[in-house]
Each structure stands twice: as C-alpha cells, then as structure tokens.
Design a binder for this molecule. Structure first.
Ligand SMILES: [Zn+2]
Length: 370
C-alpha cells in the first residue's frame, strides 16, 4: 500500500505536495546561512508504471510551466531511471523519494526476522503490524539494516539525472498518532502504550546496557526514562547521518520528509530531525491531522527554521485536502514564506484544483516582479 492509499484508508482524500522554484532575489526564502540553488516549489509524486512516455513528458512540462522546480518521485530504481530524462528535459529537478525504515515490500528484509523492531510487550513488527498492515519497520540500531538501506539509497542516487534521495519513514513507528487520526483506531493515546513503543530488540537493549549499565526492561516505567528516549533519537540520527555522508560522497543531496517540527516529532515518533546532517527538510505540516488551522503552518515552520539554525533548507509541506478553498493554498504559502521557509512542497500535484494551479503560478510569478 502506498502513502496515498494509507491516507485514503484513514478517511482522507488524496493529497499533494508542492515545491518551489529557484530564482534570484528572494529575500524571504534566503534567510538561512546558505545560498541555494534548490528550487522553491516541489511536489511529492507517486510513480505510476502504467504511464506512457508522452504522459510523463506532459506532466513534467505542466509542472514546470506552473512554477514547480522539483519532484520527489516515489518508485523503484527501474522506473526512476526511465523517468529521469523526461524530468531533466522539462527543467525539473528529480529526487528519489524512498521508504527508509518502514519496508513493507522488501523481500530481502523479510528473510531476516531479527531486523525488525520489537515493542515493549516483546512483539516483533515482523509478526504484528501496528495500526496498519503495511507498517513493517526495521530497527535503525542494527548494522545489517543500515547496510541494506545504504545499498538501496546509493543505487538511486547513482542514476544519471537523479540529483538526490528523499528519505521518508525515517523514524520509529508512531508512538502517538496525530490527534485527528486516533479515533480511526479507537485510541486515546494520552501516554506511551507498550504495543506502540519501539524498539526493545536484543540489539537495542544490549547497546543501551553498554551505554548505561542498565537493562531497560528492568525499569518499572521505561517509557518515562529520558536517557532511553535519547538513545532512540540518537539511533535514528546516527543512521541518517551515516547515510548522508555516503550520499554526499556521490556528490548528490539528501533530504527527508519529517514531522511538523522537531519537538513534536521527537514526542510522537522519536524523530529529532534538527540533529540530522541533511541538505533539506520537508516537514509535513498537515494542520488538520493535529486539529490545527492554517496559521499553525506558520508556527510550525518558524519552529523548524529556528531549530535548524540555518544549517539546512526547509520546505513547508502542505496536505492539499486540508486547503480546499480558493485562497487557502495562498494563505499557507504566505505562512510558510513569512516564517522563513526556503520554499514549499505539496502532497500532491494530482490533487491540485484549477484555481490552485493558478495560486502556485501566481506565487511563482510574484517573485520575479519583487
Ligand atoms: Zn532495536
């Protein structure tokens, strides 16, 4: 099941991501310490293998004409290599959007039961999938897992015409779901429930024991132990930073789709993303999931920008079904740009209504007359 289907099963309509376009003289988008050639308007895009070459050409051209500069493309290596020249010809920057630690279709991983995360009840994610069938998560603390994912990431960035890799699901399974999703599962997650609290595998327990002299399972309330939380933030951080080094060696860039801002991301999925050495972050600031309004996009953007301290770019990610009315998308763009984002990303372009294409275009063109 892909991300869009997941969202559909949760009762939401399909969504989109938009990214920004590169151009000069963009004072608000260049507040960070680093100059950038990154496009400012992006979209996440699912790779549909049934499309013809002419369809790919016209999709990328349409995006380019509307002001989109980059696409985060979800597919296997073969389709990625096929599509890359069409994106390039249309002037679109293409990054490979890959599922990192949640690997439901990974036949190689399935041969290794011990690669999967284990919850506080001792249940392996290999056997029992939290929330949804396709939640099949690997443990970031294991060297074998790293080597396996590394191979995948490098095979993507080595494809000519692919300028980067975009990590998704690079975290632990949701320990606490966004508020609006909890009722779908009949849950009230006002504390860390053992069945959703990962990872207590042998490797994690041993590594934590070496570090602290303590077996985490002997504590009466491991979920309340701050050091144990930190161990898990660091485990994902180390994983990401090792990957970043290898991708940079290939002279390619690396980014990630992350939860709205670091403090919230740590709490709900142990993703301490401001510690990661990536080139860019695409926080999924999907306000309705958190029962928030459009101005919250601005607040979340500001928190992320503040915590990154200028070390990487930030593109505020929008969920189109949360922005249904004419003007909503423009307001979201305004919130992102006035709070220091380097651009925006839309989940996803296929959900764009005609007036939203126009709003993107207006945003793009407004920059050239500024
Ligand atoms: Zn583990």
């Amino acid at each position: 099941m892909n991300k869009r289907d997941f969202i559909k099963t949760l009762g939401f309509a399909a969504a989109g991501v938009a990214i920004a376009n590169s151009s000069s003289a963009l004072p608000l988008f260049f507040k960070g310490n680093r100059k950038s050639t990154w496009p400012e308007i992006w979209t996440w895009m699912g790779g549909n293998p049934s499309r013809s070459d002419d369809e790919w050409k016209s999709i990328f051209e349409k995006l380019h004409n509307a002001g989109f500069g980059g696409v985060l493309f979800e597919s296997g290596v073969e389709l990625l290599a096929h599509v890359a020249p069409f994106a390039q010809d249309a002037g679109i920057e293409l990054h490979s959007w890959m599922w990192t630690l949640n690997r439901p279709a990974d036949e190689e991983a399935k041969k290794h039961k011990d690669w999967y995360v284990v919850n506080r009840n001792g249940e392996s994610c290999y056997d029992k999938h939290p929330y949804v069938e396709y939640y099949q998560w690997l443990c970031p603390s294991k060297e074998e897992v790293f080597q396996h994912i590394e191979k995948d990431a490098l095979s993507r960035v080595r494809i000519p015409g692919v300028s980067g890799v975009h990590l998704d699901y690079v975290r632990y399974p949701d320990i606490i779901l966004p508020k609006a999703l909890q009722p779908h599962y009949g849950l009230v997650q006002d504390h860390e429930m053992p069945e959703y609290d990962f990872c207590y595998c042998e490797t994690c327990r041993e590594k934590y024991m070496r570090k602290t002299g303590m077996d985490i399972l002997t504590l009466p309330n491991p979920d309340l132990d701050e050091q144990w939380k930190q161990y898990r933030y660091d485990s994902v951080t180390r994983f990401v930073n090792r990957l970043a080094k290898l991708v940079h060696k290939q002279k390619k860039v690396i980014s990630a789709a992350v939860f709205p801002y670091p403090e919230l991301a740590r709490t709900i999925c142990r993703q301490s993303w401001n510690d990661w050495n990536l080139d860019a972050f695409f926080p999924m600031i999907y306000q309705n999931f958190y029962e928030e309004d459009i101005p919250w996009i601005g607040k979340a953007t500001r928190n992320g920008v503040r915590d990154l301290k200028g070390k990487a770019h930030l593109f505020s990610g929008f969920f189109l079904p949360d922005l249904p009315n004419e003007g909503d998308l423009s307001q979201a763009i305004h919130e992102a740009r006035s709070n220091g984002a380097n651009g925006i990303s839309i989940f996803e372009y296929e959900g764009l209504k005609e007036y939203q294409w126009q709003e993107i275009k207006q945003f793009y063109e407004s920059k050239s007359i500024r």
